[in-house]
Design a protein. Structure first.
Length: 182
């Protein structure tokens, strides 16, 4: 075999399916366009929820507008001089204390369990209130809530009374009277 015949034979054995530059361009385009098209079709089929376009009547409805312009946060201002603006003992128990006292978690006396509350009630209201305000054992100060001392006192009376005590509802003292010099 001559050198030209060997070179022609080598070219024939190494040729691929793409023989022209046009075929190369088409192969490259299809290698990128087809997968992208498939991904787009899959994405649209998964999220087939109808979404209103901007400026349509559906997007301009009052509820939709209010959701879009709603504030991120809000501020709640309590009137410290108004006992009616304060939470009741039951409300404080439901929002803060029930996390541990409803199930008796972490050694907390279970709500309504007279045997568990008996020794604590025997120490008196002031000792219970001090423990609730400043924390005791696993219980953080104020049960971990952001409450006034009056609200905590109401919660102590509520829980203790359901555990067998007969404490009176605490009397509200306005902040000005409590901090006035004697």
């Amino acid at each position: 075999m001559s050198a030209t015949q060997e070179s022609d034979a080598a070219h024939e054995t190494h040729e691929g399916p793409i023989k022209t530059p046009k075929q190369l361009v088409l192969a490259v385009v299809f290698a990128f366009v087809v997968p992208i098209a498939v991904i787009i079709m899959l994405a649209t089929s998964v999220s087939s929820e109808t979404k209103p376009s901007a400026g349509t009547e559906q997007s301009l409805e009052g509820k939709a507008v209010l959701e879009r312009i709603a504030p991120v946060a809000s501020v709640e201002v309590k009137d410290a001089a108004d006992p009616n603006a304060m939470k009741t003992g039951e409300q404080v128990f439901q929002s803060t204390c029930s996390a541990c006292h409803a199930a008796g978690a972490l050694g907390a006396p279970k709500f309504g369990d007279a045997a568990a509350w008996g020794p604590r009630i025997g120490q008196g209201f002031d000792a219970l209130l001090h423990s609730a305000l400043h924390g005791k054992g696993n219980m953080p100060a104020q049960g971990g809530g952001d409450l006034s001392d009056f609200e905590v006192a109401r919660a102590v009376v509520y829980m203790a009374d359901h555990g067998g005590a007969k404490f009176d509802e605490p009397k509200f003292t306005p902040p000005e009277a409590a901090s006035a010099p004697n």
